[in-house]
Design a protein around this ligand. Sequence first.
Ligand code: GBH
Length: 481
Amino acid sequence: MALSKNTSVEDFPSDFAWGAATAAYQIEGAWDVDGRGASIWDTFCHSKGRVFEDHTGDVACNSYQLWDEDLKCIQQLGLTHYRLSFSWSRLLPDGTTHFINPRGVAYYSKVIDDLIASAVVPMVTLNHFDLPQALQDRGGWKSPEIADAFDSYAQFCFRTFGDRVKLWITLNEPYVCAKLGYESGLFAPGLKEPGTSVYLVGHNLLRAHARAWHSYNTHFRCLQRGKVSIALNSDWAEPLDPCCTEDVAAAQRYMDFNLGWFACPVFGTGDYPESMRSRIEAQNLKLGLNEVQRLPKFSEDEPNPLGTADFFALNYYTSRKVKDTSFHPSELSFIGDQGLEAIIDPSWPVCGVSWLAVMPEGLRKLLKYIKETCNNPAVYITENGFSQIGPVEFEDIDRCQFYQDTLQQVSKAITEDGVNVKGYFSWSLMDNFEWSDGFSVRFGLFHVDFSSPELKRTMYRSGREYAAAIKRYRRNTKLDK
Ligand code: GBH
């Protein structure tokens, strides 16, 4: 059972990145301390009825004040890498470089310096869902000008921290940002504008990312020698009935509308998947929207997203079985455009949250799919994890089993499928503010006692086993020639 035993078949390169990940709004708290500006998640949480029991990230794990405690957790796990995100509005309170908050700069500078002094490589995400509210007030990700604002912010970060940070993620999960923020309204800014804004937002996210990558490439790469990517989440999808050609096509559409939406422009053709263009067009015809362009075109007048990633950053959690729906909903929606239903196979165990069916095999298949469709990129698994709800289980043996099974699948992807996997980041270092689920869902390798003022961190059994696995794999360097 233990992650450190029974694993003799697995092997990882000696330079494999062993990490854990967090995000600023989910851990930092100190929402109005030391000059931090508001983000859309502050606004969202402070309006009633949006988040489970009206929980907020006002305090969260208080990592702004308790960074030393986080560092101890990182050291206890023996991580080689730590993925964190910057709070844009802590650095630039109104989102623009007109005013830089020196205390925000000092905070992240110390975090980065402490990591490096502990021989832990930082990977920094520039924006993990928490857009400055001041920019939302100017249209947020729906406004084309957001790409300028993001590019200035990114350049500021490269200039200020790029001497020490060599692994950058521009944006976390554009899919989630667009779909949950503007289609279903489950995430900030909580807009429900189905079938329209989702594509516009996705487009501006890609434009912003491409601008930032090009800025790095032109102005910073030569001196700083880092790598820049964008973290894409994707489920793995299979046809419900593999003998049914409609289901096979529907499963491919699911991959296209999830991963391909962003991976095709960046790693494939430089444009959206053909199936997205044709489905949306067909749906427009049906709904009499012939003149409306819902899926934007990439302009010739600005940098194309093609080639704007130095590695593939993958967030993987779960899998789906997909069924074609001949029935097309008459109203406009993202799912209506796809014409499918995505189902959790009843044989898959669901952990904690209802969407998270545990499918470690899906990760291996997805890695192989990325190798084949994205030109065999270097891949970092930038998030992957297992949630708990209900009474806390410090002896979280289900999660231990999950990590053991998952690492086995990753190892097979490397050794048997030849996928160039460079690292694995567990989501998450510690229990934190799980967005619309508040603190009711726990993803940590460390438990956080949110009822105690000290917000005490305590290692779960899964943390101990992950630490043991890291130790073991780092000694074992068979794979290196
Ligand atoms: C990650 O997204 C996030 O990057 C991270 O911040 C977060 O803590 C972690 O997941 C765990 O949730 O409510 O049915 O509409 C993963 C993508 C986004 C997938 C939310 C599930 C909710 C589906 N997830 N989504 S639903």
